[in-house]
Design a protein. Structure first.
Length: 204
């Protein structure tokens, strides 16, 4: 027996209704307070949807890398990565996106829902250049909803508590994972050894 919840009525019977503070914080534009959060954030999770399913991808850069163009528009450069472009493939076919901004040391997070398209306008790409290296595309998000998320999740997880940080050596490395999945065709110790230098040269 699964005891699955299958209706909104069943869900609301368990959780009740949100308090006013949980609903009044949601607006359809980027307010000055919310702009401050976006401009302070060096990291955002990007959620997209497409015919093959869902995708959630990390995006990180110097604080303020997500540009507030106006109160209804955000711009996010696509920096160098592994060229899978899962998120970008989704956006081309389904514009719906969700963003979750994190700021190191801060408990509250910021959530943005909207619709996006990709731009390769030369002037726009040039305006996002770092070390004379422009992104290959810029995601332009039309904002539908913005609201902050309270700090309970980060407090429970102790995400910013350095004393609780995990030792990377206790986990499988990227090279080990790749080697195991490819029967040693790719990955291994050489991959782990060379990756920091390769990443440093291809950051932007």
């Amino acid at each position: 027996m699964t005891h699955a919840i299958t209706t909104i009525a069943e869900l609301e019977a368990i959780y009740g209704r949100p308090v006013e503070a949980a609903t009044i914080k949601e607006v359809g534009r980027i307010t000055p307070h919310y702009r401050t959060y976006i401009e302070a954030s060096p990291f955002v999770s990007l959620a997209t949807a497409g015919p093959e399913g869902l995708d959630c991808s990390p995006r990180g850069d110097r604080p303020g890398f997500v540009r507030v163009h106006d109160e209804k528009t955000l711009m996010l450069p696509d920096r160098r990565g592994n060229n899978r472009v899962d998120s970008l493939r989704n956006i081309v076919r389904d514009p719906r996106v969700a963003l979750l901004f994190l700021i190191p040391g801060v408990g509250n997070t910021l959530r943005v829902n909207g619709r996006a398209h990709l731009s390769v306008a030369p002037d726009l790409l040039a305006s996002f250049a770092v070390d004379d290296k422009p992104p290959r595309s810029v995601m332009v998000v039309e904002v539908d909803a913005v609201y902050f998320q309270c700090a309970r999740a980060l407090i429970r997880s102790e995400l910013w508590n350095a004393g609780r940080h995990h030792d990377p050596e206790s986990l499988p490395s990227a090279g080990q994972i790749l080697a195991a999945l490819s029967q040693d065709r790719v990955g291994g110790e050489a991959y782990d050894r060379e990756w920091p230098g390769r990443a440093a040269k291809t950051m932007w």
